[in-house]
Ligand binder design. Structure first.
Ligand SMILES: [Zn+2]
Length: 219
């Protein structure tokens, strides 16, 4: 949704963490917009659980067309590629390692690598254990991107919906042993963005900054 027309034409692969609406909302409209100009099927990489939800609950002819059954003048427009946790998938020169995280529904974080450099991204999550084991073992990590959805005063809501608050973020980062590695906060709920940023800035987490939307980062 954030891309302009020319950027949209370059998208050949979409990798999904989970099926919550705020993480897939752009996909049906993207397919609709690009339908007539897609020259090779858009590859949707996701776990089998997420693909099942997409086909059953979104692309079900009631909410939106089942694009996996449709063709344009060139051929099929969608191809699902299911991935397994801990099994690397390759997209061009990029390697992506899915890592299980702790969300209300099946959800994957990723370690994304290219040319000997990696970044880790959590997707939506509450407290984690095995994710940190994977990330702490990486000697090539250039950045960690981690969610922090809600402010501290909504910790009950955060716990119930399996998200982090600034205090929970601090507890999680105590498990992150790569102290040289910059940490960027992502997925702040828009309604609470300023409060979350304020609480993080007062938490004394020197490693942490807020990922700026629209800025290009090089790792
Ligand atoms: Zn979610």
């Amino acid at each position: 949704m954030a891309l302009d027309d020319k950027e949209r034409e370059l998208v050949k692969d979409v990798v999904l963490t989970h099926a919550h609406l705020d993480h897939i909302a752009g996909l049906p409209l993207f397919l609709d917009d690009q339908f007539s100009t897609i020259s090779e099927p858009l590859r949707i990489h996701a776990s089998s659980e997420v693909i099942e939800v997409l086909e059953r609950d979104v692309f079900n002819w009631s909410v939106y067309p089942r694009f996996s059954e449709l063709r344009n003048h060139v051929g099929p427009v969608v191809e699902y590629r299911s991935f397994d946790v801990a099994s690397i998938l390759r997209i061009g020169s990029v390697e992506i390692l899915p890592v299980a995280v702790n969300h209300k529904v099946p959800c994957s974080g990723f370690v994304i690598s290219e040319n000997g450099h990696s970044i880790a991204i959590t997707g939506d999550t509450a407290e984690m254990e095995s994710y940190w084991e994977t990330v702490n073992g990486r000697t090539d990590l250039s950045a960690l991107l981690i969610e922090c959805a809600f402010p501290d005063e909504l910790s009950d809501l955060a716990e119930n919906s399996h998200h982090l608050t600034p205090s929970a973020l601090a507890r999680e980062l105590a498990k992150f042993r790569l102290s040289h590695c910059p940490v960027f906060v992502i997925n702040i709920k828009p309604a609470y963005r300023e409060r979350v940023i304020d609480q993080i800035s007062r938490s004394g987490l020197d490693q942490v900054s807020i990922l700026e939307i629209g800025r290009e980062y090089y790792f």
